[in-house]
Design a protein around this ligand. Structure first.
Ligand code: ATP
Ligand code: MG
Length: 392
């Protein structure tokens, strides 16, 4: 039997001026998730409707749960507008539910409908009371029966599933996510996607100091993020030469500061080249020496490009909880080296001095090395999660 999934936009509806653009984007993103199922989708200013057979219902709901911009998913039983049909359908639905008390809530989006909402409540409520062992409770019912009377059809539903919220991915353009194999950066990427920022990823690798397994881990993390977007690209920067120059020439205490200044310089160039409007990373205030506010200041000062740090103010445990929820945690804790965890100095500076940082980095010809990194950048596009899993 055919069902209709009704999608509620939630926060979108507050964005009056951009509403059409938002709804179109959401519609496109939904299509990308379910286009292989060939389902009919219609939408208006406040709702979207997907016509789906019972057999596909669970699959579609699961996929919709990966689409940002959806605030509520409601499985509706469609029926014609005749009050007798509404009565029979409501009874049929409630016969399959366990409850003692109920409340009917009718909404007429078609104001020309001849029976007022309150009267529909009374007519349907009375019919249910006559046919089933139950009571009405208008304050705290076990079950709400929603009846939405529209111009062409009436939708009846009892349950609403929460969507994942946020804005449709891509509505804010693209950001460049500095993606390491750690716990924090995939979570940062997820939170940016949630606010409508589509992602390209940037990964610094230092073979042979970092292994192929570390790179595959990052690809796997990107493919998990790709479930919320489509065709995410990962740009892989060969960082070995620049990193070795830093370790050979720069004072131990400033190695990480300079390393991260180089990462930011490269990220800025790649972001501009790839038309990403912002750089995103997983830094969290105070987590390590390079993430004290003084360190962040000295590191950040190589660029005035906007950088967002979605997990900056979260505790590690809060970040871990999100990582577990989105399914990146198990991959993130695999024990492969990252370029930031090799040759770690014993006493990295906690409050670096900008002048010292600038004078230290004069010891290496970093402009040439940075250009080399970018010229040798490799790009991978994630097309389909399952295809990728076979490769890993
Ligand atoms: P952890 O969860 O272990 O803290 P992390 O990914 O946060 O891992 P940090 O050393 O704290 O690692 O680095 C801070 C941020 O710098 C990361 O969140 C990430 O955005 C960026 N970063 C670090 N290493 C890399 C790398 N190899 N490639 C790309 N970005 C990186
Ligand atoms: Mg971190």
């Amino acid at each position: 039997m055919e069902k209709i999934i009704l999608i509620k936009y939630g926060e979108l509806t507050t964005k009056k001026s951009n509403r059409n653009q938002f709804i179109k984007k959401l519609n496109n993103n939904i299509l990308k998730q379910i286009n292989d199922l060939n389902l009919e989708i219609k939408y208006d200013q406040s709702r979207m409707f997907i016509y789906v057979s019972e057999a596909h219902l669970d699959e579609v709901v699961e996929r919709l749960n990966k689409v940002f911009g959806i605030h509520g998913i409601v499985i509706c039983h469609p029926v014609d507008n005749n009050i007798e049909s509404i009565k029979e359908k409501t009874l049929e639905i409630l016969k399959n539910e366990k409850f003692n008390t109920f409340k009917i809530v009718t909404k007429r989006s078609d104001k020309a409908y001849p029976i007022k909402s309150n009267d529909v409540n009374n007519i349907i409520g009375g019919f249910i009371l006559k046919n089933l062992e139950c009571k009405v409770d208008v304050h705290n019912p076990d079950i709400y029966v929603n009846i939405e009377i529209r111009r062409d059809k009436t939708f009846i539903y009892t349950k609403e599933i929460n969507g994942i919220g946020g804005y449709p991915v891509g509505i804010e353009g693209k950001g460049l996510l500095m993606l390491s194999g750690g716990i924090d950066s995939p979570v940062a990427g997820y939170l940016a996607l949630k606010r409508g920022v589509d992602l390209e990823c940037l990964y610094f690798e230092s073979p042979p100091h970092t292994s192929l397994l570390a790179k595959e881990k990052v690809i796997k993390l990107a493919s998990i993020l790709n479930e919320y977007s489509k065709n995410i690209k990962i740009h892989i920067i060969p960082f070995t030469k620049l990193q070795e120059e830093i370790y050979k020439n720069i004072d131990d205490t400033y190695m990480i500061t300079i390393l991260r200044r180089m990462m930011y310089r490269i990220a800025f160039k790649v972001a501009k080249k790839r038309n990403c409007k912002v750089i995103i990373n997983g830094e969290s205030i105070g987590q390590v020496a390079s993430q004290t506010l003084t360190s962040m200041n000295v590191i950040n000062s190589v660029t005035n490009y906007p950088i967002i740090r979605p997990v900056a103010c979260l505790d590690k445990l809060e970040i871990i909880n999100i990582a577990k929820k989105i399914g990146t945690y198990e991959t993130s804790i695999l024990p492969y080296e990252d370029c930031c965890t090799i040759f770690v100095p014993r006493h990295p500076v906690i409050n670096p001095d900008i002048n010292k940082a600038v004078s230290f980095e004069q010891l290496i010809d970093y402009e040439t090395l940075i250009n080399e990194c970018i010229n040798n950048m490799e790009t991978i596009t994630i097309t389909n999660k399952s295809e990728f899993e076979d490769l890993l």
